[in-house]
Design a protein around this ligand. Structure first.
Ligand SMILES: [Zn+2]
Length: 154
């Protein structure tokens, strides 16, 4: 996605109340303009809505909205645009009591599970704004998962 951002240009910015409306050109590799999209940056809730609807369909930020984020110098990508698919799965699990999730529990097991979950949260906190680090983290988790499955022969 980062590279694709260079094929986008900001042609117009209009300020309407709390909203900044950007016209973003979508160019191909030969820098020919293929389409123009409107990205609405709502300053109050830090939302970036693009009428290409890429985010709505894929749950991933489109290059046009990303371009606007770079342009408006946001400090970090708003949380709602980061891996929404994961969060949909993670949030309900966190709301369940641990005993329901993991079966019979003693205090020692419970403490270890809490430790594992908080370590995981800490790492996510470190890598959440960097797609490269996140990708690496997911790959490492997959390797670790394979290793553990082999160990217990699941
Ligand atoms: Zn878009």
């Amino acid at each position: 996605m980062n590279k694709a951002v260079w094929f986008c240009g900001v042609v117009e910015v209009v300020e309407v109340g709390d909203k900044m409306i950007y016209s973003i050109t979508h160019k191909n590799k030969n820098f020919e303009v293929k389409a123009t999209y409107k990205v609405v940056h709502d300053v109050r809730d830090e939302s970036f809505d693009c009428n290409c609807n890429h985010f709505v369909h894929n749950g991933m930020l489109c290059r046009h909205a990303f371009k606007v984020m770079l342009n408006s110098e946001v400090q970090s990508i708003p949380e709602k645009y980061i891996l929404p698919r994961w969060r949909r799965e993670l949030v309900p699990v966190e709301l369940l009591p641990a005993r329901v999730r993991y079966g019979e529990m003693d205090d020692e097991k419970q403490a270890l599970i809490n430790q594992a979950i908080s370590m995981f949260d800490l790492i996510i906190g470190c890598v959440r704004n960097d797609k490269g680090s996140l990708t690496k983290f997911v790959e490492q988790l997959e390797r670790l998962g394979d290793e553990i499955r082999r160990m217990f022969q699941y």
